[in-house]
Ligand binder design. Structure first.
Ligand SMILES: *Cc1c(COP(=O)(O)O)cnc(C)c1O
Length: 432
């Protein structure tokens, strides 16, 4: 293959996330990345506002993460986890247990976020099965959520924005409460939880768990909601003997301003999913943590085994990089970094609120969102070209122009990103 026809080959043969084989969208080839910059094949450099989907918190090509990977490669890249264990997994489990709330004591290493959600759902169902409550197999969630693309996860994604229509016949039917509307605790109104309360009250005999993204709904719509809602959910789960699964795959490791979003509500989940930033964006790894109550509860019945075990479970290479990434995070002053990003996003994005096309500007931690009051066609080829021409990498979707940059981004680079976001909104307001 010659250097000039790689994109043609890509368009003809390779699927990208949510892409069409017949009508592939405009795509750019990246040859390297360092810090917050991606280098394209034509030599252009882009400031990355996406952190490769929440993951690259320390920036690309970090010497310490590179070293951790190289050191581990020289020991072993992989070994099966059935019947064997290794130091990288033990150290990572220990770090995760130390970082998270005290009751979370047992770790399952999954190979992606979606799979960590599948495992969380299995844990909840097996927990009640082991107590002889075989009827507790359904889930309750809120609309607007995103939990992954595999079947179990898809079934708790938003039924409208998610993929329910096409797969309706094969997806389990779960229960959906309305999206929370309160943005902060001062505005809390009991009506916000009323329908959720009715659903859990009327269905708890069938419910194994509630599953939610705490405080930040990511790919389902980039919405934020108040901690009080979570406190209410926790209390209702306790009252009706339903487990609480928190999906922190996007929010864990500081993104929303605290190490874990649940800390802001001062609650503890029974089961916690983490992923995305865990390896600092180096490779795919996720984990499902649970309390002793859940792990011992599952073990109480018959063989007591948790029914999951992927081939690449606890891959040593991924675990080693994750160990280094989490060590770096805890050594760094990430709170100040995230706080500074939040302040700057607030200052630089809020003025866009006056644009007629803008419905709302929202900022939380290192997440900045501009929601438009019109949906645009993501396939418009000029859009990615227009964005790349600003020297940035952002990826607007549906009616959202948003960023969640690496924590290490400089003030100047962040201004370049927010300026580009403003230009995208300007440009969209001339075509929509
Ligand atoms: C990305 C994401 C997932 C899915 O993770 P994958 O690694 O893409 O499978 C699940 N839940 C949330 C909240 C996410 O942001």
């Amino acid at each position: 293959m010659t250097e000039s026809n790689t994109l043609k080959f890509d368009a003809e043969h390779i699927w990208h996330p949510y892409s069409s084989a017949a009508n592939p969208s405009c795509i750019h080839e990246v040859v390297s990345a360092k810090g917050v910059r991606l280098t394209l094949k034509d030599g252009r450099e882009l400031i990355d506002g996406m952190a490769s989907w929440w993951s690259t918190i320390h920036g690309y090509n970090h010497p310490r993460l590179n070293q951790a990977a190289k050191d581990q490669i020289d020991q072993m890249s992989h070994v099966m986890f059935g019947g064997l264990t290794h130091r990288p997994a033990i150290d990572l489990a220990s770090q995760l247990i130390d970082m998270t709330a005290e009751p979370l004591q047992h770790v399952f290493f999954a190979d992606s976020g979606s799979i960590s959600v599948e495992v969380a759902i299995k844990m909840a169902i097996q927990y009640f099965f082991a107590q002889g409550q075989e009827n507790k197999q359904r889930l309750l969630t809120i609309r607007g959520g995103y939990h992954g693309d595999s079947f179990g996860a898809m079934a708790v994604c938003d039924p409208v924005n998610g993929m329910h229509t096409m797969f309706e016949q094969v997806l389990p039917k779960h229960l959906f409460a309305p999206m929370p509307t309160c943005e902060n605790d001062e505005d809390w109104q009991d009506s916000d939880i009323a329908e959720f309360r009715e659903l859990i009250k009327n269905n708890h005999q069938q419910l194994a768990a509630v599953i939610l993204e705490p405080l930040v709904q990511g790919a389902g719509g980039m919405r934020f909601y108040c901690p009080e809602y979570l406190r209410q959910v926790r209390a209702l789960c306790d009252q009706y003997d339903v487990l609480l699964i928190l999906d922190e795959i996007a929010t864990a490791f500081g993104r929303a301003g605290t190490l874990f979003a649940y800390e802001q509500a001062d609650i503890v989940p029974d089961i916690l999913c983490v992923g995305k930033a865990i390896t600092g964006g180096y490779m795919s790894l996720a984990a499902t943590l649970c309390t002793e109550k859940v792990s011992q509860g599952i073990a109480a019945d018959g063989s007591g085994v948790l029914m999951h075990g992927p081939t690449f479970m606890a891959n040593p290479l991924a675990c080693s990089v994750a160990n280094e990434s989490l060590t770096m995070l805890l050594e760094s002053d990430w709170q100040t970094q995230v706080q500074n990003i939040e302040n700057q996003l607030f200052e630089e994005l809020m003025p866009l609120q006056t644009n007629e096309l803008v419905k709302q500007v929202r900022v939380k931690g290192a997440i900045g969102v501009i929601e438009l009051n019109k949906t645009f066609d993501e396939q418009m080829d000029w859009l990615p070209t227009f964005i790349v021409d600003q020297g940035v990498w952002i990826r607007p979707f549906r009616n959202l122009v948003y960023i969640m940059p690496p924590y290490i981004i400089s003030k100047g680079d962040l201004t370049t990103l927010t300026t580009a976001m403003g230009k995208v909104v300007q440009k969209l307001s001339t075509v929509l």
